[in-house]
Write a protein that binds this ligand. Sequence first.
Ligand SMILES: [Zn+2]
Ligand SMILES: [Zn+2]
Length: 504
Amino acid sequence: MMRIRFWGTRGSRPQPGPGTLRFGGNTLCVEVRTADGTLIVLDCGSGAPGLGQALLASGERPLRGHLLFTHTHWDHIQGFPFFAPFILPGNEWDIYGPGGLGHHIKDGLAGQMDYAYFPVQLEQLGARLRFHDLGEGTLGVGEAVATTCFLNHTTPTIGYRLEVGGATFVYATDHEPHMQHVLTEARAREPMGTLAGDRLGMRPNGSGGADGPNGSAGVWPIHREERRHVEFLAGADLVIHDAQYTLAEYQQKLGWGHSPAEYAVDVAVAAGVNRLALFHHEPLREDGGVDQVVEHCRQRAAAAGSALQVFAATEGDLLELPERPTSAGAAPSANGRAAALLSRRTADAPFGESGGDPAILFAGHEPDAISRFIVALQPERFRILTAHDGEAALATARAERPTVIVLDPRLPGRDGLDGLAVCQAIRADAEAARRNVPVLLLTHDPSLDLMEAGFAAGASDHLTLPFTSGRMRTRVRNWLLRSATPSSGIHTADTPAQRELVTA
Ligand SMILES: [Zn+2]
Ligand SMILES: [Zn+2]
């Protein structure tokens, strides 16, 4: 049995008051207990001090736990300095969050405890805290197995898939659709509530040469990273998903790093999920407004022919996920298939620190995009290379061996050597290191056909202009970490990693 309790469900900032009494005003914190008593805490927003008090009151000593951060935006960390179990000597906590390429989760947490902001510094806490920087991969947390996956946010952010005793729970918050422009177009074309038959950026299975995790039923995203997101959720008993906006509101919030609730429903349906908790509630949405979003989402799931149960995460609520027997001889299920996909992906793309000095090639012909790209990447001190036509892009890719290539598919070139042809030529290279470099396509408002053509040409990812500096930097960092040399997988500060940590 996995027990899951919500201590904070509000996104962006706390919103106390009479309008949020039912679903809660505290920012994000979720407690998970597995059958063997392992305590896992997801994020540490303003709801976390309440959990801390409950833990102290339980009388359990010493208090040991695992705190898993998605990222260090304020609504996910502001309860950290007030979390009472950290004050007492004898308590031991392992703290995990995204890191790598010179960034450490410990630094992000220490920053808000600088003496200008808080009277007690991280080093003065009495408990023993061990910090672990994570990329993508799999690790053991007590009896649970946690798989991490990068989400699409404005800063490096990871989601967690926790599996124990056949029960699966996915925590995926602070994530924006990869096909944001498709949502905008779909919204313009059809009124709210009728999109279920034409779901967002998805086509019937078989299109694009890949099947969805649901077998022949349903639809499957065109964008490769969107497919990866669906695989990450696949077959889960419960998904807690970012649902800050409605599709109508989302038009004004493109690039802010959050999901419309309708999109959360669509990916959960495509992934064959049982229960979906809408999470990261918009601070200005009062309880009645949340009720309306839930009702709309239930209709959307039903219109798609899905039995998905949709509800809004509610501060104080306790959910129970029974364990499910997994018989060795059973036929492969959607779950089994998803697990295989995930383990293969993990083996292909281990996480870890990248050695050396990464070079990024930007191949584009629009001066504005080039200068914005350079501004975005400068703080990371990467070596930035540029090329303005197909010939130069291919020559630089071959001679300089960049670690990541960002490419405009409409790049001009002689004899048809446009961006897509450059991508195909890179994929045909005789040398594996050059052939396997991540290639990120970058375009204004690409059509679904162009996007499909890009992935067919071997693109790894597709980004839509305009991009913010934070988003571009995050995306390039994520791809660098994914393509990094295999290493121990987890960078641990202070003390040696725990014995039970397993990396794949
Ligand atoms: Zn947030
Ligand atoms: Zn955030």
